[in-house]
Ligand binder design. Sequence first.
Ligand code: GDP
Ligand code: MN
Length: 385
Amino acid sequence: MNIHEYQAKDLFRRFNINTSEGKVFDNENEAEDYAKSINSDEYVVKAQIHAGGRGKAGGVKLVKTPEEVKETVKKMLGMTLVTHQTGPEGKVVNKVYVETSSTIKKEYYLSIVTDRSSEKNVIITSPEGGMDIEKVAEETPEKLLTQPIDPVAGIQPFHIRKIAYFLGFDKNQTKQLSSIINGLYNLYTKMDCALVEINPLIVTNDDEVKALDAKVNFDDNAEFRHKEYLDLHDPTEEEPLELEAKKWGFSFVKLDGNIGCLVNGAGLAMATMDIIKHHGAEPANFLDVGGGASVEQVTQAFKMILSDENVKAILVNIFGGIMKCDTIADGIITAAKEVGIKVPLVVRLEGTNVDLGKETLEKSDLNITTANTMKEAASKVVELI
Ligand code: GDP
Ligand code: MN
């Protein structure tokens, strides 16, 4: 789960990670009053969206006066920002962060992330900050340092010395870096993060080391022990259908193709997408209704697939284990009655209560194409569109 920069910076303050003074606004007059109250000779106005690359896209502006803060906030609110991370449709700016501007002597990169191959959390750092870190990793990997951290021992002084040396920090800067890295590691572990990233970490002209940007991603598996995640969650940043699916307990990912898929089990869902592609078409979604879905849930899943205008045909592929085939059949019929299925529908059922399921579908007067194997189902649905 991602959060906004302003929320990440609030967490930074709580964990004693140095950042500039700032506040979030959804109203330009309050932003102007705030700018007056902190009385700086330069301010930064930053669009709050769940995506990086804002700087290059016009989502980060430096201004001199509270009046300019007001103007800039007004312009940014409601605008659609397109960065290399948002996709071509962009993201609407609902909130804007205002902070005192910093001078920049040099920009660095610092993050902590889970590394599955070493089975440890690793600190990644680079003297090439402020830019696309993937590009640095690809083109100049020697400019990245990856330091695994033993989960029992935690951060040790030699880690800090090694990183500081790599970044070329002097004694004073290293002391500040130490407190930032320790704070970041505490935040990462205490809040069950999957990623904390500072890009750029800067050294100012006065040799102050601070986080200019902040990105925090929580590990969704830890949601049950952090009620706070809920307060930090911004549903406007998510695909509406994916939010809806979460409510119903489905795994759902919207895709760009035109064959809607209703499947039980993640492995079968992957295989179904593969076989659709194999037959030359593209799936419109990944949808795993789970092992023990009820008729109500199956109906809902159908409605979700049908609400996507791109869907030109539906493939239902069920292997009934805990899930019973007749439950799926009842769900299809209920959904057809409630919302109407106007696109071709191919159903392949196998497993528990398969005969009962097939019988139910046959008795209904719905126009359903049945198939006995996955291959047959995929080729039929592709033929139908
Ligand atoms: P991102 O583009 O979405 O990653 O947004 P960042 O917060 O990283 O800001 C982008 C760039 O704006 C930074 O790399 C800086 O060069 C510049 N920037 C941001 N804040 C300040 C500031 O306080 N002072 C100055 N001089 N530049 C800033
Ligand atoms: Mn950044």
